[in-house]
Design a protein around this ligand. Structure first.
Ligand SMILES: Cc1cc2nc3c(=O)[nH]c(=O)nc-3n(C[C@H](O)[C@H](O)[C@H](O)COP(=O)(O)OP(=O)(O)OC[C@H]3O[C@@H](n4cnc5c(N)ncnc54)[C@H](O)[C@@H]3O)c2cc1C
Length: 454
């Protein structure tokens, strides 16, 4: 029986999920090679420690989205299968003008009756526009017909009659959107508003750090994992196989495969040259179709203690700074920890513009954004770390109108049917989307190898 050679470009979640799904589905022998440009596997799931103390924080993906109360939730099922314990996360507080607004009574008391009524009206209209079931199925356009959505999220926000309510909602969802309302569409904005309601979505993290997920996957995947191998070129050879050229320590290497999966995020797709009269324009079209960059910047500060604990108890809160910013209590992930860790997730324009500033300036800006009732805690700072994630996520994942699943994953089907793409940018810009994408491609390759071997 023929042994198929399969190459995966990118050792982030997309590459790892694809390799693992393939291992479970393939009925025929194959040899896998994974190329990863950096010295570690895991991509944007990254759980480092501070230098001053062995205390962890999430520097990339912060939480997992739980859809298990609907039907299938392949990501949560995978995490359970790997034996990784999870912990629920949650937060409902928004800090506006130095005041904590945690529920609707706070909203009425602190923002005003007209604002409270305005929010209730908007909230009801939002739920009527999309039920929890519709929300769950909306990433699968082949299951539910979805028209192109050309209107911006600003048009939805224009429905507010009170400016303060509009500002409140903008603050509430800015970190999830990772962009400004005029750079995304109505549907994606509505999604990001509704996902704050547990009936639509819940959140969890992995105990011991989210990076345990890629680590467990890497340990189980059988194949050759080539770290510090940057793929530079992919093209079809004269024999019809796919040639992958990579560099490693200044040396060029070339490899031939029957199937190649490009598991790169949108902002890295152009790090590879896709050579060929058909392939090059097809991949350019693929890249352009999803080209709606969005930005994050994460500032993580280690403190002597959790000085906020008597006032704020959730896993995170929203701050009315930096256009709306999620502030994580990273230390809530490690019960019993002596020190405290806060993580600011700046998003959109603020993240892009402020990414030019030095780490010291960013740390100071983060400290200054703390509400006055926590100002004394600034003295307790021990260390800060900054991670810049500019253009690393998508403002309109899936594009203006979702494409069919085949078309998304196989940009050039005529001469390059075995060159497939995996990515969150074709779905919802989250890990759930990468799992869906990976499973689709792994299932397709497994089916093709079975068909050819028959
Ligand atoms: C700050 C931040 C917060 C986020 N929070 C969440 C969250 O809370 N929940 C959620 O679900 N998602 C979140 N995401 C999104 C999530 O991180 C992504 O969906 C996921 O990492 C995408 O996986 P990927 O493998 O496609 O890309 P990546 O994670 O970027 O991995 C790609 C890999 O490819 C490698 N690579 C790049 N170019 C080459 C090349 N030419 N050759 C070889 N290797 C290459 C890179 O080094 C990297 O290891 C967040 C993202 C960011 C930036």
């Amino acid at each position: 029986m023929r042994t198929w050679k399969i190459g995966i470009v990118g050792g982030g979640p997309g590459g790892l999920f694809t390799a693992y799904a393939l291992q479970k589905r393939a009925n025929h022998p194959y040899e896998l090679t994974m190329f990863e440009a950096s010295s570690r596997l895991g991509g944007k799931i990254l759980t480092p420690q501070f230098h001053a103390a062995p205390v962890r924080y999430e520097a990339g993906a912060a939480e997992f989205y739980d859809y298990s109360h609907f039907e299938e939730d392949p990501l949560k099922e995978l995490i359970a299968e790997l034996g990784l314990p999870i912990a629920r996360m949650g937060g409902s507080a928004v800090i506006v003008d130095q005041q904590v607004i945690a529920h609707q009574d706070d909203m009425r008391d602190r923002l005003g009756t007209a604002e409270w009524r305005d929010l209730l009206r908007f909230d009801l209209a939002a739920r009527n526009r999309m039920t929890p079931q519709e929300f769950y199925h909306s990433d699968h356009p082949e299951g539910s017909a979805h028209a192109a959505d050309a209107s911006t999220f600003t048009t939805l926000l224009d429905e507010f009659s009170e400016q303060r309510t509009r500002d409140f909602v903008t603050t509430l969802i800015h970190s999830d959107l990772a962009t400004e309302p005029h750079h995304t569409n109505h549907t994606y904005g509505l999604h990001n508003y509704l996902m704050n309601d547990p009936a639509y979505m819940q959140l969890y993290g992995i105990e011991g750090g989210n990076e345990r997920l890629p680590q467990e996957l890497a340990a189980r995947i059988v194949g050759t994992k080539l770290l510090e191998h940057t793929v530079e070129r992919v093209q079809r050879g004269a024999d019809g196989r796919l040639r992958v050229q990579a560099t490693h320590g200044g040396e060029h290497t070339e490899h031939a495969f029957d199937f190649v999966v490009i598991a790169l995020p949108h902002n890295h797709l152009r790090s590879v040259k896709y050579a060929g009269d058909r392939l090059s324009p097809a991949v350019e079209d693929h890249i352009d179709y999803y080209d709606y960059p969005a930005h994050y910047l994460r500032i993580s500060l280690l403190f002597e203690s959790r000085f906020w604990e008597s006032r704020l108890t959730d896993s995170y809160w929203m701050l009315d700074h930096f256009g709306g910013c999620c502030l994580y209590d990273e230390s809530s992930r490690t019960p019993g920890l002596k020190q405290g860790v806060l993580g600011w997730l700046l998003a959109g324009d603020a993240a892009e513009q402020m990414s030019q500033q030095s780490d010291a300036e960013l740390m100071e800006a983060a400290l200054q954004s703390l509400p006055d009732f926590l100002a004394d805690g600034r003295e307790q700072l021990l260390e800060g770390q900054v991670h810049r994630w500019i253009r690393s996520v998508n403002a309109m994942p899936g594009g203006v109108a979702p494409r069919s699943l085949d078309r998304r994953h196989q940009p050039e089907p005529i001469e390059h049917p075995h060159l497939m793409f995996v990515g969150d940018y074709m779905f919802d810009s989250t890990l759930n989307g990468v799992v869906d994408s990976s499973e689709y491609v792994a299932g397709w390759i497994a089916a093709l190898t079975s068909e050819y071997n028959a």
